[in-house]
Write a protein that binds this ligand. Structure first.
Ligand code: NOJ
Length: 530
């Protein structure tokens, strides 16, 4: 079944709930805080909001260590606040998506505590210790009376839920099949969780580590079977709801049952390369220890849009019609667009690309005003991840609303904030940029409005690439010409389509169309109607 229509023209907005708006003065964002800013999101024009996990949790991985899937963490409010938020959002044309942490729980979750007390419980993956008390590689010692150890999924305190193994091995008895009792119970639990929140008014989920469920599944055949089963149920029970995966490989994830998957800083045949080749300018990211090559959106103009375009085309060919490829500006795990050497004048061409390309755009909160990645913050709620030394806290600082104390994020003393506000006195704010028609915020809003007004600019419109160098130039729906120059130099594109010179500018900064050339000034973009 194809994705619900609303996803086709969606503009996603990701909110890290800790840092968006604090309504009760405890220094941590909450659901009422988000509700109080729904008018802003409606003004901006986004159509769906994805919230990072906001469930009961010891918060050792910022809520990705869930201890109760069916209860909102008290610091964010309660389940009624969530229902209220979904309802208020919907009346403004905004759908609410939650984060489904499907692959693991916290080690404080009652399921895990029970499992650590009962050798017949197989909701998690347990192995006995071998000679000398040694556990198999990667297993973590049992914290309960149960002997042996369990398999973690990410941090050690995140035991992997047992969805079975794709391959069995006689000498590894902990490898159960996907139809064993534990995996069946866990699959049923996923449906129960989804059904509950969908019943409260949410419109779907971003699924954490979606590819990780069935273990030792190199082709993802069994993991795909699992998600296709979930999808079939969803299509029947909640046909308007969507599942977006954290997989990083849309060519595999969409055929596996997801409505959309993100290009991310990892995943896919050349891990993370499509996204990194656009944005990553080497800011301490080191995803999986990689030293990123020059990115296309770098002032030095040393990048190559072809890497992304090829990956996009390949993914599209694998997906066919029924799904989408989501392209984020950033997220809570990797640096914001405004990071390292990238300056604020480089952001407009990046947004012009994001919002005129057929991928599903996802704006990470604060990127629409050009908030910075802040280096050097303390490790907060597991922000220094296990897979690299990158500190994710720098992408998770409080939203900058206005020029009042704490940038209007919270009334708490600055020392009690979840993370400090960007200390830069010239930091951008929503209020400041709303008052300035020439701001990034107004540009992002105008680009969103344009995309929503002209379906040719969305996933349905055709794409013809005229140049994948500097400037990047493409036609959308045969009707719009888009020119993007993220480099710090003038760029000229010769062409043999004299008609281009007659196109009218819809929105542009420093791009000129002539009979035989397109000229693009430093950090410019142009959207023209043919
Ligand atoms: C991916 C999430 O985006 C990340 O923040 C989290 O730490 C891991 N999954 C573990 O759940």
């Amino acid at each position: 079944m194809a994705a619900p229509n609303w996803l086709s023209d969606a503009v996603l907005y990701q909110i890290y709930p800790q840092s968006f708006a604090d309504s009760d003065g405890d220094g941590i964002g909450d659901l009422r805080g988000i509700a109080e800013h729904l008018d802003y999101l409606a003004w901006l024009g986004v159509t769906a909001v994805w919230l990072n996990p906001c469930f009961v949790s010891p918060m050792r991985d910022a809520g990705y260590d869930v201890a109760d899937y069916l209860t909102i963490a008290p610091r964010y409010g309660n389940n009624d606040d969530l229902a209220d938020l979904a309802d208020k959002a919907r009346t403004r044309g905004i759908r609410l998506l939650l984060d489904l942490v499907a692959g693991h729980t916290s080690d404080t979750h009652p399921w895990f505590v029970a499992s650590a007390h009962d050798e017949d419980d197989h909701r998690y993956i347990w192995a006995d210790s071998g000679p000398g008390g040694r556990l198999p590689e990667r297993f973590v010692r049992s914290p309960g009376p149960r002997p042996g150890g369990y398999l973690p999924n990410f941090f050690d305190f995140q035991p992997a839920l047992n969805f079975g193994y794709a391959r069995q091995k006689a000498d590894e008895p902990w490898r159960q099949g996907t139809e064993a009792e534990g995996p069946l119970a866990n699959r049923a639990a996923l449906r129960t969780i989804m059904d509950y929140w969908l019943g409260l008014g949410v419109s779907g989920f971003r699924v954490d580590m979606a590819s990780s469920l069935v273990k030792d599944d190199p082709s993802f055949a069994e993991t795909a079977r699992l998600w296709r089963e979930v999808r079939a149920w969803l299509d029947r029970a909640h046909p308007d709801a969507v599942l977006l995966s954290e997989w990083g490989d849309p060519a595999v994830a969409v055929p596996a049952g997801f409505h959309a998957d993100f290009f991310l800083h990892f995943g896919g045949p050349d891990p993370g390369r499509p996204l990194l080749s656009l944005w990553s300018n080497g800011v301490a990211t080191g995803p999986a220890g990689r030293d990123p090559e020059a990115c296309y959106f770098g002032a030095d103009g040393q990048g190559n849009a072809g890497t992304f375009l090829t990956a996009y085309r390949d993914a599209l060919a694998a997906i066919g019609e029924p799904g989408h490829i989501a392209l984020p500006t950033a997220n809570h795990d990797f640096p914001r667009l405004h990071a390292g050497p990238r300056t604020s004048e480089q952001l407009p061409p990046a947004f012009a690309f994001l919002l005129t390309f057929p991928t599903l755009p996802a704006v990470y909160y604060g990127d629409e005003i050009g908030m910075r990645y802040i280096p050097g913050l303390p490790d907060t709620e597991g922000s220094i991840s296990v897979v690299s030394s990158f500190n994710r806290a720098g992408s998770r600082t409080p939203m900058q609303w206005d020029s009042s104390p704490n940038a209007g994020f919270s009334d708490a003393p600055a020392t009690r904030l979840y993370l400090p506000v960007d200390p830069d006195r010239g930091r951008p704010t929503v209020a400041g940029q709303r008052a300035d028609q020439g701001s990034l915020l107004h540009l992002v809003r105008d680009l969103i409005a344009l995309r929503r007004a002209y379906p040719e600019l969305g996933p349905a419109g055709s794409l013809e690439i005229l140049s994948d160098a500097y400037p990047l130039a493409y036609l959308r729906g045969g009707r719009f010409l888009v020119v993007i120059n993220p480099s710090d130099r003038d760029r000229v594109l010769p062409h043999d389509r004299p008609k281009l010179a007659e196109a009218t500018a819809v929105k542009q900064t420093g791009v000129r169309l002539d009979q035989e050339t397109v000229s693009a000034g430093p950090f410019s973009f142009g959207i023209f109607r043919l």
